[in-house]
Design a binder for this molecule. Structure first.
Ligand code: GRF
Length: 196
């Protein structure tokens, strides 16, 4: 889809903790017009050394580090997140490898406007080690899911899923690579259906 001048601009904020390869996919999709009149208004990381921050800076996107270590509890951390998103005028919040649990209060404020990507075919293999867990379980098909965020972790209405076949010669690493490739496609498809 190419930029439609008549579409109002939509601002998305992306929350990361690490490499930011999904963030990169979103940056690229914005640049090539695949997300219509969409701008990444802010990238927030809870870790100062997240490589995704470099990706954002390279694309001239505003970044902010909000270290969870500087907050006495989750509530206070989430309040800072929320006010940063409001200041940035975010319409939609994308969790892309953001490795913090969010309070129900925060999630409720953004419910219906916040999406997450998870490296399994939910509701199978919730949690932080989804790829390892699926590999060790011995499933023959796994994949990734983009879903709306609800207070319960790795739950919420599914927007898009991509399946990945686990071949007999796959290692955990090769499986992870295949899943990440599909994630980058799934996140853009999900955003297209949410934004456009
Ligand atoms: C992805 O596998 C995503 O599903 C999970 O965290 C990882 C983030 O990767 N939630 P990246 O930082 O986008 O490269």
């Amino acid at each position: 889809m190419l930029v439609n001048e008549k579409m109002p601009q939509r601002n998305i904020a992306v929350l990361i903790s690490g490499s930011g390869s999904n963030l990169q996919a979103i940056i690229d999709a914005c640049k090539t017009g695949k997300l219509g009149n969409t701008k990444i208004c802010l990238v927030i990381s809870n870790k100062a050394d997240a490589y995704g921050l470099e990706r954002a800076k390279k694309a001239n996107i505003e970044t902010k580090v909000i270290s969870h270590k500087n907050y006495s509890d989750r509530q206070k951390f989430d309040e800072e997140l929320h006010s940063s998103l409001i200041v940035a005028k975010a319409d939609v919040v994308c969790l892309a490898g953001f490795m913090r649990l969010l309070t129900a209060d925060f999630v409720n404020k953004w419910q219906g406007r916040m999406i997450n990507i998870h490296p399994s075919l939910l509701p199978a293999f919730k949690g932080a080690n989804a790829i390892k867990d699926a590999y060790e379980y011995g499933v023959k098909i796994t994949g990734c899911t983009v879903h709306y965020v609800v207070p319960e972790m790795d739950s919420g209405p599914i927007i898009c899923q991509k399946a990945v076949v686990i071949e007999p010669n796959d290692s955990q690493e090769s499986l992870a690579q295949k899943i990440h490739q599909q994630e980058h496609i799934a996140y853009i498809e999900a955003l297209q259906s949410v934004l456009i």
